[in-house]
Design a protein around this ligand. Structure first.
Ligand SMILES: NC(=O)C1=CN([C@@H]2O[C@H](COP(=O)(O)OP(=O)(O)OC[C@H]3O[C@@H](n4cnc5c(N)ncnc54)[C@H](OP(=O)(O)O)[C@@H]3O)[C@@H](O)[C@H]2O)[C@@H](O)CC1
Ligand SMILES: Nc1ncnc2c1ncn2[C@@H]1O[C@H](COP(=O)(O)OP(=O)(O)O)[C@@H](O)[C@H]1O
Length: 288
C-alpha cells in the first residue's frame, strides 16, 4: 500500500477556486446535481445549497417531482427540474474554460429501480467529472455499474465516490476487499473500481489508487443525518470549478470539517445540524 500523507495548509490554500475578474456564472462552473427522492427530498436541498456556497457558478438540481417545490423554496437561486424527461443531451460536457460536474445519488432510495437507471444515465452520458454518493453507490457494485465506470475511466472522465463505512463495505463486497483499515479500503476501492474514493468517518481517507490522503480535522458534531449530503455538494462544486478530483475531494473534506468545527463553536456539538454546517462554509473558507 502507498504511504498515507496529509495536505499542508499552504497546498490547500493554493487550491481555493477564487473567481477570476472576468468570470461569469458559466465560466465559474456548472454543478448538475441529480439528487433527492420522494422519500428523501431534504438531501437535494442540502447538496444543492452546499454546492452554491462552495462556489459553483450555476447549480441545477434535478430531482423527484415530489421534491421540486421543497428544493425551490429552500433556495430560489437553484435551478430546479424534475427527473421526468431527463435525457442524455441534458447532461453536462466539461470543456476548456467551461468546467462542469455532476453529483448523483444523495437521497436516492437504492431499492427504487428508477434510481439505478438515473445513475446509469449519468455515468454513461456526463462527459464531465461525476461524484456518486448515498443511494447511488450500491448501483456501482453491479456488473453494469462496474462496466460503466470502466468506460468512464477509459474516456478520461473522473468518477469520485464518497461512501461512509457502511457504503464502503458494500462496495468492498464484490471484490472481497478487507474493510478494517479505512486508508487501505479507500486505496483498494479506488483501484478496483477505477475511481477516486473518499471513505468518510471520524477520519476521512481519500485515494486515487496511487496516493492516499488522510484528513483528520473533523468533529463528532458532524455525526448527524445530512452532513454527508452537504459534503457531496461541496466536493461536487469544487469538481465543477475544474479542480483535479483528488484535490477536490481533499479540499472539500477539509472545508467540510472546518465548517463543522465553526458550526460547533456557535451551536455546540450537541445542537449542530447539517444546515448549520452549510451556514458555516464561509467561516471555513476564511480559515484559509
Ligand atoms: N434529510 C435527508 O433527506 C437525508 C437523506 N439521506 C439519504 O438517505 C439515503 C440512505 O442513507 P443512509 O446512510 O441513511 O442509509 P444506509 O447507507 O442505507 O445505511 C444503512 C446501514 O449502514 C450502516 N451505516 C450507516 N451509516 C454508517 C456510517 N456512517 N458508518 C458506518 N455504518 C453506517 C448502518 O448499519 P449498522 O452498521 O448500524 O448496522 C445503517 O443502518 C441516502 O441516499 C442518503 O443520501 C441521509 O443522508 C440522511 C438525511
Ligand atoms: N465522529 C465523527 N468525527 C468527524 N467527522 C464525522 C464523524 N461522524 C461523521 N462525520 C462526518 O460526517 C459526514 C457523515 O456522512 P454520512 O454518514 O454520509 O451522512 P448522511 O448520509 O446522513 O448524509 C462525513 O463527512 C463524516 O466524515
Amino acid at each position: 500500500m502507498a504511504d498515507v500523507r496529509s495536505y499542508t495548509s499552504d497546498e490547500l490554500t493554493a487550491l481555493l477556486p477564487l473567481p477570476e475578474r472576468e468570470a461569469n456564472k458559466y465560466t465559474r462552473g456548472v454543478l448538475f446535481a441529480v439528487v433527492g427522492s420522494a422519500q428523501y427530498p431534504g438531501a437535494a436541498c442540502l447538496a444543492g445549497t452546499a454546492g452554491q456556497r462552495t462556489g459553483a457558478g450555476y447549480t441545477r438540481v434535478t430531482t423527484a417531482p415530489e421534491a421540486e417545490d421543497l428544493v425551490r423554496s429552500c433556495s430560489p437561486s437553484l435551478v430546479v427540474r424534475s427527473f421526468e424527461g431527463l435525457a442524455a443531451a441534458d447532461l453536462p460536457v466539461a470543456r476548456d474554460g467551461h468546467p462542469a460536474a455532476c453529483v448523483v445519488g444523495c437521497g436516492f432510495d437504492p431499492n427504487d429501480e428508477k434510481s439505478a437507471s438515473l445513475v446509469h444515465l449519468v455515468l454513461k452520458h456526463a462527459a464531465a467529472p461525476v461524484l456518486v454518493d448515498g443511494g447511488a453507490l450500491q448501483t456501482l457494485a453491479s456488473s453494469k455499474g462496474r462496466r460503466l465506470l470502466r468506460r468512464r475511466f477509459v474516456n478520461g472522465w473522473p468518477t469520485v465516490v464518497t461512501p461512509h463505512a457502511g457504503e464502503a463495505a458494500r462496495l468492498a463486497k464484490p471484490f472481497d476487499l478487507p474493510v478494517d483499515d479505512h486508508a487501505e479500503l479507500a486505496h483498494a476501492i479506488a483501484l478496483a473500481y477505477g475511481v477516486i474514493a473518499a471513505v468518510k468517518g471520524p477520519e476521512t481517507f481519500v485515494s486515487d489508487g496511487e496516493q492516499i490522503v488522510r484528513m483528520a480535522e473533523g468533529t463528532p458534531a458532524l455525526a448527524k443525518a445530512g452532513t454527508g449530503d452537504v459534503l457531496a455538494g461541496m466536493v461536487g462544486a469544487l469538481l465543477a470549478q475544474g479542480l483535479d478530483p483528488l484535490d477536490a475531494a481533499v479540499l472539500g473534506a477539509t472545508l467540510h470539517a472546518r465548517a463543522g468545527r465553526a458550526a460547533e463553536a456557535l451551536m455546540t456539538s450537541i445542537a449542530t445540524t447539517a444546515e448549520d454546517v452549510i451556514d458555516a462554509i464561509p467561516a471555513a473558507l476564511r480559515s484559509f
